[in-house]
Design a protein around this ligand. Structure first.
Ligand SMILES: *[C@@H]1O[C@H](CO)[C@@H](O)[C@H](O)[C@H]1NC(C)=O
Ligand SMILES: *[C@@H]1O[C@H](CO)[C@@H](O)[C@H](O)[C@H]1NC(C)=O
Ligand SMILES: *[C@@H]1O[C@H](CO)[C@@H](O)[C@H](O)[C@H]1NC(C)=O
Length: 371
């Protein structure tokens, strides 16, 4: 089986796939201004869903697979488990901070985990803030809670071996950046059940409910030592072709009513984070506007050099998944979506380039000696 996999990889490297990149996805094009040319952030710890997954689900037997080409075709043609053709949002953040890509926790062996002090990703496709939605319920993904359990193990069993003094460990954690991106799957699940009689929560109530669940979890990270939080808001899921299709809305347009429901959460998020920051004086909470970016790129694709916002770039099977080992579209930098639910590398790049400002990084990097 393993031999076959390598053989396949090898043969596809030779011929089947081609395409081009019109954009220079290198570090220098993302680099910050003088203030923090070298950021002081020692590590990037990552929690989230398929937008930033990088291989954890490969190790979960019940998870849907994306570890086949054409996923990863622009990641040196290696299907790592990233749910896109190339780098994720988190990869571009790491480049911008001058950090290595955070490896997926479940791909690491014990001796590797004990050596890493530049960050780890616990992200898992299909996961949400709520522990009992879709994939998490059947063990097909790591919920936010599961991801934090693994992080707790990192702190207690692995980082504690590198930072022998509690003070050193605290300092490492308080200086590290915690990137958190959830909510799409919680909202996908909510919208799916919106017309069920058993769905009692109004959209306003659900936004409040979800935000409070989120806050409880951020407090757990705080108690584990996290101080610098970069929080992504929820994408305009009313624009995602796969969702629109599944919900049987008219294909090809954004569904405003769904985006409106998601936005009830997003509108409350910055104030909520500000409030947390004032409750926990040593913390910094920064907020990233994925919703606005995602909506704008869907509505005004030409502004971003994108020409196709309606179709997946990979070839879809009957289940709307990418057919393994089928060559995808060649003009991947012109496609907003790589598969039917997930942005292509170019969208991830543009988001980080435009929405993670240098001043945000400066603010996050500003080490003032918290301990
Ligand atoms: C819910 O009901 C409304 C009004 O009948 C309808 O327009 C909408 O498409 C339904 N949504 C879903 C997800 O079925
Ligand atoms: C979008 O891309 C798909 C797949 O590559 C293609 O079939 C479709 O014609 C494209 N649509 C537009 C508007 O370019
Ligand atoms: C860093 O923090 C100090 C103290 O809070 C502040 O005076 C300074 O302006 C900050 N620098 C930057 C670049 O944010």
């Amino acid at each position: 089986m393993r031999t076959l996999f390598f053989l396949l990889l090898f043969s596809f490297n030779l011929e089947l796939f081609h395409g081009y990149s019109t954009i220079e996805y290198e570090e220098h094009s993302l680099s910050s201004d003088e203030c923090c040319k070298t950021s002081n952030l020692p590590a990037l710890y990552v929690f989230g869903d398929s937008l930033i997954e990088c291989g954890n689900n490969k190790h979960l037997p019940k998870a849907g697979r994306v570890d086949f080409l054409p996923y990863g075709i622009d990641f040196n043609r290696i299907p790592t488990g990233r749910v896109t053709n190339g780098k994720t949002v988190v990869d571009f953040i790491a480049l911008k901070l001058g950090l290595p890509f955070a490896p997926a926790y479940l791909t690491l062996l014990e001796f590797q985990r004990r050596k890493i002090s530049t960050g780890i990703s616990y992200a898992s496709a299909g996961s949400g803030i709520l522990p009992d939605i879709g994939g998490a319920r059947v063990g097909a993904c790591l919920s936010f809670d599961d991801q934090m359990d693994l992080f707790q193990s990192t702190v207690e069993n692995d980082l504690s071996k590198q930072f022998k003094q509690q003070r050193e460990l605290n300092e490492h954690l308080s200086n590290s950046l915690f990137f958190i991106s959830f909510g799409v799957n919680d909202y996908s699940n909510y919208v799916k059940h919106l017309n069920d009689t058993k769905c009692h929560r109004s959209p306003e109530d659900f936004a409040e409910f979800l935000l409070n669940k989120f806050g409880t979890r951020l407090k757990r990270l705080y108690n584990l030592g996290a101080r610098k939080f970069l929080v992504n808001n929820v994408a305009a899921i009313g624009c995602i072709p796969g969702f629109i299709k599944r919900w049987k809305y008219q294909f090809g347009n954004c569904v405003d009513s769904v985006n409106h429901i998601v936005n009830l959460y997003n509108e409350r998020l910055p104030g909520y984070l500000q409030n947390l920051q004032s409750q926990y004086p040593e913390t910094t909470f920064m907020h990233m506007e994925f919703f606005k970016f995602f909506l704008d790129i869907n509505i005004n694709p030409q502004k971003y050099g994108i020409t196709n916002t309606t179709n997946a770039c990979c070839v879809l099977g009957e289940d709307l998944g990418c057919i393994p080992n089928e060559a995808p579209c060649e003009d991947r930098d012109k496609h907003l979506y790589f598969d039917i639910n997930h942005p292509s590398q170019v969208a991830n790049y543009l988001f980080v380039k435009q929405y993670l400002s240098d001043s945000m990084i400066c603010k996050l990097s500003n080490v003032t000696g918290l301990w």
